[in-house]
Design a protein around this ligand. Structure first.
Ligand code: J2J
Length: 547
């Protein structure tokens, strides 16, 4: 396995193969197989394009050959920051075929995140869009290169704007000629890509997923979600996120021979129109987006839409409030499916034949009979059945360690290989999981994950900041939003200046604190050295308003 990754112990790998979960197929071969079976069916619709399975397959081959000519090959890391456009699939499958590893960045990421990803992974290339949603990604790429000295190649989906050291993807593909035909391809047990974790401490950790383990979760998800060639899936969230990628996401749809429709943004106006126009049957959103859609249809601006094609609305990424959950069927006329997943692996779904109460009030149950889950107290002892505790998971598609993170791995995984999810849950007698809270140091802002100390570190870099604590405050719409409490050094800096400072440091917008409060000092937390976490708790208790 790629250096810096933790393999599954041999007896587990053997069991997962014996039980047919790991089938020795690569993601590149997976697309070829679907292209053979569903050649003329539409694989992807978006940005004014419609590609059949055969076309996507051919493009991926040519792109692979073109990338190979640039010197990109097996084991190379390539940071991919693309919005929801068909090229994102072409590039991903090209890299899979070469055995090069996409490192998926979110479109919302900015210089701080992209520089870190490029440096940490020693990326050979960075792939960006030209512009999207009013933002120029080429400028971002240029600054990353100036500041970090890398990566060697910057490839642009669209127009390079004449920048000499950037290459349009179009040209890379053209350089690939007719494509490599068949290549031996990478080892299916190898890492296929690096996915970003939400992050709890400081910079985001990278999650190595193998062809074998990921394809298992994809096939099983497509089955649980009952996808077939008639499935039309609307990708409303950025497809580089694990949820729309694999739960069942675009890969699940490709597995079944269905069609993926790419939405440029998750707004009700964009997405509900796309559902009507394309006859969408399935889609996946985070809770705040679901609530916007519900309101837009319930007497709002989209009340006129014909949504009769829509069969399933998946909601996940953060806890969906049961009141909103109850509105899904009457308002949208479709089935709700709750999805509680994580890029580290474990995914839980409510099933389509679960009783309404289970669908509304639980976050589902695991994909696999071989998902081992346990609910433990703070000492690591399993709680009594139905009790509240931290969820730990181990199984055929849950990683055993983050990429190049031995110290963090020692804390994030148990000695016997369970991943400590940091989620506080209880299990129902039917084996469904209810997420009740969180034991980890993370803020979940409507599905977007924020590590408080990453933001605090940026605040502390300002000369007018003596100390800072970023805490979650309850929010009716987002579930949680962020508030930064700041102890100034000398005169209070202007709020607007501090926020501009964070933006200038290149932090993604969703990590910029929603509120900023100045306080004289942080509360005393007893004697001795306190952890940042205890400090945040004390600050929240002393200052944060109730909802
Ligand atoms: C409460 N908390 C949830 C839910 C995730 C499918 C769906 C989501 C993700 C995802 C994913 C939740 N209710 N329904 O990767 O494949 C919180 C938990 C969890 C963390 C993981 C997928 N669904 N969460 O959200 O890696 O705290 O993956 O541990 O971004 O989101 O975040 P992430």
């Amino acid at each position: 396995m790629l250096a810096g990754c933790t393999p599954w112990p041999a007896e587990f790998a053997e069991r997962y193969r014996r039980r047919g979960y790991w089938r020795g197929e690569t993601l590149g071969a997976f697309l070829r197989d679907r292209a053979d079976r569903f050649a003329d069916r539409t694989a992807v619709v978006g940005a004014g394009k419609r590609w059949s399975y055969a076309e996507l397959d051919t493009r991926a081959d040519r792109m692979a050959a073109g990338l190979a000519r640039l010197g990109i090959g097996a084991g190379d890391r390539v940071v991919v920051q693309l919005p929801n456009r068909p090229e994102v699939f072409e590039v991903a499958f090209a890299l899979f075929r070469l055995g090069a590893l996409p490192v998926y960045a979110l479109p919302a990421h900015r210089r701080a995140e992209i520089s870190y990803l490029c440096s940490f992974t020693e990326a050979a290339a960075l792939v960006v869009a030209d512009t999207d949603a009013g933002f120029d990604y080429r400028e971002l790429a240029e600054r990353v290169r100036t500041e970090t000295g890398g990566p060697e190649h910057i490839l642009v989906a669209g127009d390079t704007g004449g920048r000499a050291h950037m290459r349009p993807l179009e040209e890379v593909r053209a350089g690939g000629g007719a494509g490599p035909g068949t290549t031996a391809g990478p080892d299916p047990a190898e890492v296929a890509f690096l996915q970003l974790s939400g992050g709890t401490t400081g910079l985001p950790k990278l999650i190595p997923r193998t062809h074998d383990d990921y394809l298992y979760s994809v096939r099983a998800s497509a089955e649980i979600c009952e996808l077939d060639p008639g499935t039309v899936y609307l990708a409303a969230l950025p497809v580089v996120h694990n949820f729309p990628m694999s739960s069942p996401g675009f890969l699940g749809v490709f597995s079944a021979g269905g069609t993926v429709v790419l939405a440029p943004d998750p707004s009700p106006a964009t997405c509900l129109a796309a559902i009507e126009a394309e006859g969408v049957t399935h889609t996946a959103v985070v809770p705040p987006v679901a609530m916007l859609w519900l309101d837009a249809v319930d007497g709002g601006s989209q009340a006129h839409r014909d949504l009769t094609s829509l069969r399933v609305l998946q909601v996940g990424g953060a806890k969906f409030n049961p009141e909103a959950a109850r509105r899904v069927r009457p308002t949208l006329g479709c089935t709700l499916q709750q999805v509680f997943g994580m890029a580290e692996g474990l995914v839980n779904y409510t099933r389509h034949d679960d009783p309404e109460e289970v669908v509304v009030a639980t976050q589902g149950r695991p994909i696999s009979p071989d998902d081992e889950i346990r609910v433990v107290d703070s000492d690591g002892t399993e709680v009594a059945a139905g009790g509240l505790g931290e969820l730990q998971a181990r199984g055929p598609y849950t990683i055993r360690g983050y990429y190049r993170a031995p110290e963090h791995n020692a804390r994030a995984f148990t000695a016997d290989g369970f991943y400590r999810t940091g989620d506080l849950v209880r299990a129902t007698p039917t084996g469904h999981i209810v997420v009740e809270g969180r034991a980890k140091d993370q803020i979940n802002r409507g599905g977007e994950k924020i590590a408080p100390d990453e933001v605090e570190d940026h605040l502390l870099a300002h000369p007018g900041v003596h100390d800072a604590a970023v805490v979650a405050v309850p929010d009716r719409f987002l579930g949680e939003r962020t508030c930064a409490y700041v102890v100034p050094r000398g005169a209070e800096p202007a709020r607007s200046e501090l926020l501009a400072f964070l933006r200038e440091r290149g932090l993604a917008a969703y990590k910029i604190p929603d509120r900023l409060e100045f306080v004289d000092a942080f509360p005393a937390t007893g004697v001795g050295k306190v952890s940042r976490r205890e400090l945040r708790e004390a600050v929240r208790a002393a200052h944060a308003p109730a909802e």
